[in-house]
Design a protein around this ligand. Structure first.
Ligand SMILES: *[C@@H]1O[C@H](CO)[C@@H](O)[C@H](O)[C@H]1NC(C)=O
Ligand SMILES: *[C@@H]1O[C@H](CO)[C@@H](O)[C@H](O)[C@H]1NC(C)=O
Length: 278
């Protein structure tokens, strides 16, 4: 039991370190519009919205998959005929549902596709937000069968809470999704003056400082524990590197605090003494 606990501690710490480092670098997704910067990192990943149209005796389900930072990953359990090709950022597929018959995919539309993407980012002012337009391949018009260029539009509105994205419309050439999220708020607006800029830089600097501090501490403790474990076969509390020092830390802090308190208290009493004597 104890042996198993010993063995699992180090891999867990290393996993924590690796995941902290990975999540910082992999999912970054920022866009600059004029002088404003938007952070879409929280929206990254494949999103799915859908709507159902009644067409008795069947139902039509439109499913729109999109990703604002990358191409969509291919679905493993769907045949290549029934999904958009590699490099698609937004894919609209329509499935026909009829009782007693297995579901049939009747349309697959690469609404936004990599070589044609021509991403456009437009600032919205009232309500505040950003409009993301991504272009795609041509698809036959449902009425005239003419090849019609496709586009994906995401109206991302500034909000304090992140909502679920909503499938708003598709008119045969443009699919529109509405979404409210903090990512729709720019965090360096030119209209709000330059005073905002240094504050942001300082804020992210402090964030980086604490992240590095955390990584340094995690590395120190895991390497120290590994050393104690391999060198002395230490277990439990004995794994903590420089254990005697860390045990002293609370007492040292208490000494520092009481020293500070006494020096603060002594100052006003001294001045009061001088005041009385005058
Ligand atoms: C899809 O495209 C990406 C980049 O163009 C490529 O790295 C990847 O291997 C492709 N995947 C498939 C399944 O073709
Ligand atoms: C179509 O959707 C409606 C409402 O959601 C539901 O009542 C009906 O049973 C569905 N029909 C089929 C064929 O799935």
């Amino acid at each position: 039991m104890i042996i198993r606990q010993r063995g699992t501690l180090l891999p867990w710490l290393l996993l924590l370190l690796i995941s902290a480092a990975r999540s910082q670098s992999d999912t970054e997704c920022h866009k600059s519009i004029n002088d404003a910067t938007y952070d879409f990192t929280a929206l990254s990943g494949d999103q799915t919205v859908s709507r159902t149209r009644l067409s008795p005796p069947t139902n039509m389900t439109d499913t729109l998959r999109f990703n604002v930072c990358n191409a969509l990953s291919l679905l493993e359990d769907v045949s290549s005929d029934d999904q958009c090709p590699n490099g698609t950022w937004a894919c609209l597929s329509t499935t026909n549902i009829k009782q007693g018959v297995s579901d049939r995919v009747v349309a697959v539309i690469p609404i936004a596709h990599e070589p044609e993407l021509q991403a456009e980012y437009t600032m919205l002012s009232s309500p505040r937000g950003v409009k993301i337009t991504l272009h795609g391949l041509s698809y036959p018009s449902p009425t005239t069968s003419e090849p019609t260029p496709q586009a994906f539009v995401l109206n991302l509105l500034c909000a304090t809470e992140q909502s679920q994205p909503q499938f708003s419309s598709y008119d045969g050439t443009q699919a529109t999704v509405e979404w409210s999220a903090p990512s729709g708020c720019n965090f360096r607006s030119p209209t709000e003056g330059d005073s905002e800029t240094p504050k942001e830089a300082v804020g992210s600097g402090i964030g980086w400082f604490f992240l590095l501090l955390f990584i340094a501490f995690a590395g120190y403790f895991s390497l120290g524990a590994y050393y104690n474990y391999t060198t002395y076969g230490a277990t439990g509390v004995d794994l903590i590197p420089h254990r005697d020092f860390w045990r002293e830390v609370p007492y040292m802090l208490r000494d520092v605090v009481s020293h500070l308190c006494s020096s603060f208290q002594s100052r006003p009493s001294a001045s009061r003494g001088g005041y009385i004597s005058v």
